[in-house]
Design a protein around this ligand. Sequence first.
Ligand SMILES: C[S@@+](CC[C@H](N)C(=O)[O-])C[C@H]1O[C@@H](n2cnc3c(N)ncnc32)[C@H](O)[C@@H]1O
Length: 288
Amino acid sequence: MTTKKLTADKSKIRVGKKSKAAKPKSPFDKYFLYTHSVQGAEHDAELLWNMMQRCSDGPLPKNPTLQEDFCATAMLCYEWSKLGPNHQATGIDLDSAALQWGTKHHTKDLTKAQLMNVEMIHGDVLHDHKVRSHVICALNFSYFFIKDRERLKEYFVASKKALSKNGLLILDAFGGPDYLMPHVNRRRNREEKFSYWWEVETFNSINNHIKCHLHFQRDGEARRNRVFSYDWRLWSIPEITDILHEAGFKDVHYWAEGLTKKGEGNGKFKPIKSEMDCRTWITYLIAK
Ligand SMILES: C[S@@+](CC[C@H](N)C(=O)[O-])C[C@H]1O[C@@H](n2cnc3c(N)ncnc32)[C@H](O)[C@@H]1O
């Protein structure tokens, strides 16, 4: 989700019909499907490191420390630890099953030293876990679950407190007119032989609450609907920026993916001053 520009289509989610392909041999695994559909953790780790190098004031720390809030399987933490011998990471999530899945599946190609540099906390990101980091991130829009302005401000104030001097809070946000209408967007992972659908079920313009779902269908199986569901507030970039300023962040920078001539994402992220005429967009906010 983080690296792709989505365009809405109007296809409907119908009752799942079994596909004619051979049945998969492995058991259904929602975390595997999640990490192979809407996440690009290897890319995100490099992007965050690039942002840190370009946006930090003062010299870079010797042990660049990342705190991944709402980390789920914490794939980003494990990728971060691969970037250098002193790259350290802490992941925080309420879902212990997701944390354990990550410990089992993302650590296979890590050295002992890299493993020692990663820590998981099973807990609420709104509580103080006494972790101090150079970068805190909340990606794939996870902080959108905080629907109340004061609560979001409390989260940003707590993040500011947990950051070391010159630290960065990095968030992503999505929007654009296509998101204001219910729609379904289908994508395919050819390598892993499954399709997935990102559905915006409802958007309420009175309070900007948005309900979204992820559906999956492995080749040879019926579709499983609503494997992940999100009940969010679609915060706008000006709202997030205002709240970040109120929480004590002095500067906010914006980065987004460049476009090919066809108008598709080109995989290259850079600072932007404006985001114009996009039916859908994903923008990173870097607060310091
Ligand atoms: C959309 S997933 C985000 C996964 C990951 N950040 C990514 O980049 O794909 C949202 C995660 O937030 C977690 N979560 C929701 N509220 C939380 C809270 N208050 N504290 C910690 N984790 C929370 C859920 O358990 C879930 O794993």
